[in-house]
Design a protein around this ligand. Structure first.
Ligand SMILES: [Zn+2]
Ligand SMILES: [Zn+2]
Length: 439
């Protein structure tokens, strides 16, 4: 009975004739020199978050030439391209981020950035030290391959070129949040979103995991307020400097001694302490800030409460007042398990069976692609870009002034984009009902 039913279902819903892998490979090969050219051009001309004017114009002009419907200035400089395939079907989105970082490049590449800008009032170098130049170029390449296959595509492809992934400048809105606020997903809402980040790993490999992929990030701020006194008569006031030191120790204890490290990676780093102006005045105020990285929303809530308890407990001991606040800096990037299992098919077509790792470790930075994924579900995966013969651990990490992208990997990224989109529309994979966390 079960067999019969399955047979009936298969017969009743004939799969659309699949676009052959050979076709996609040939077209990705053909576009590769252009992808490398775009990547080098964007690399040489990096733009900070919310300032990606040149990059966005390059993208929009390319998409228009290919026949995409194009929306510009969605979230400051964001660009959305829509390609309606020749056959009816669903909607799938592919996303790339466009912004560079305030980093002075030290790679020595012939197309290295020499661009400078002002950031937070300081003159800074600007560089694509997170590889978003490669992200833009790969999605432009995928755009071209997809446009060439338009007649065969059963559904619609939405390309999202997003500004300010690293965060907008202080006082400005930006990133995925602003794109969504300005209607990125209205009226056309994709059924799923897929995206790639370049990362130290063997060049051309694709790496991901089901469930929590990248951490939620919360910025922690602590203010300690006491009574100022002479450094020679500490008993006449309070000691917020000593308390700040004790607070750091206590918070380090909290994460190392109350979290099961085998269950979920968790990081709490206190990164700044500011107090005092002179060697013989114990000040009345100390300020600390740090970042909390979690992969589980219940644990995140528990830790925030425990941090507050610890900090206020120490304040009672030291006779001061303490305020603790958290602001969300990044949501958890959560790969929908059903899609994370399904995508092994198209990604192994792109990178070969030996080129995929569907059970990679979680990654502790956060990503605002999570906001798109929380809306519709999706998978975010990592493309290895380590130089040939260099181990991932020896590869300069993202955000390093020495960060580079092995350009042999770009073609794999183009294929992965194209195949994840086309196969999603062709195969309409099963979905999980719960696609996101409460974060
Ligand atoms: Zn980054
Ligand atoms: Zn990045």
């Amino acid at each position: 009975m079960r067999m019969l039913l399955l047979g009936f279902l298969v017969a009743a819903a004939p799969a659309a004739a699949a676009v052959p892998l050979d076709t996609v490979t040939a077209r990705a090969d053909a576009v590769e020199p252009k992808v490398i050219g775009w990547r080098r051009d964007i690399h040489r001309n990096p733009e900070l978050g919310n300032r990606e004017v040149r990059t966005a114009a390059l993208v929009a002009a390319h998409l228009r030439t290919l026949g995409y419907e194009v929306r510009e200035k969605v979230g400051v400089t964001g660009v959305i391209g829509i390609l309606k395939g020749g056959k009816p079907g669903g909607v799938v989105a592919l996303r790339a981020d466009m912004d560079a970082l305030p980093v002075k490049e030290a790679t020595g590449l012939p197309f290295a950035s020499t661009v400078t800008a002002t950031y937070l009032g300081q003159p800074v170098g600007v560089a694509h030290a997170c590889g978003h130049d490669a992200h833009v170029a790969m999605l432009m390449g995928a755009a071209e391959v997809l446009a060439g296959l338009k007649a065969e595509i059963p559904g619609t492809v939405m390309l999202i070129f997003q500004p300010a992934e690293e965060g907008p400048p202080p006082g400005e809105e930006g990133g995925a949040r602003l794109m969504l606020k300005e209607g990125a997903f209205t009226p056309l809402k994709p059924d799923a979103v897929f995206g790639i980040h370049v990362w130290p790993a063997r060049a051309g490999t694709l790496n991901w995991r089901p469930g929590p992929m990248m951490s939620a990030a919360d910025t922690m701020r602590i203010t300690l307020t006491g009574v100022q006194t002479h450094g020679a008569v500490p008993w006449r006031g309070t000691d917020v400097v000593g308390q700040a030191a004790a607070t750091v120790q206590e918070l380090n204890r909290l994460v190392t001694r109350t979290v099961n490290p085998a269950e979920t990676p968790t990081i709490l780093s206190v990164a700044t302490i500011n107090a005092g102006v002179r060697h013989n005045i114990i000040p009345d105020k100390a300020e600390l800030s740090g970042t909390l990285r979690t992969f589980d929303s219940a644990q995140r809530d528990r830790l925030k409460l425990d941090i507050e308890k610890s900090v206020t407990g120490l304040a009672a001991l030291y006779g001061t007042e303490a305020k603790v606040s958290f602001t969300q800096a990044g949501a958890l990037t959560y790969n929908e398990p059903a899609l994370a299992a399904w995508i092994a098919g198209p990604l192994s077509e792109a990178a070969g069976r030996d080129g995929i790792n569907p059970a990679t470790s979680p990654i502790t930075p956060s990503e605002d692609v999570s906001l798109f994924m929380n809306e519709v579900g999706g998978v975010y995966y990592f493309l290895g870009i380590s130089p040939d013969g260099v181990a991932p651990e020896a590869t300069p990490p993202n955000h390093s002034p020495m960060f580079t992208v092995n350009e042999t990997a770009l073609k794999v990224g183009v294929k992965a984009h194209v195949l994840s989109a086309i196969r999603f529309l062709e195969q309409q994979p099963p979905r999980d009902h719960v696609r996101r966390t409460s974060q």
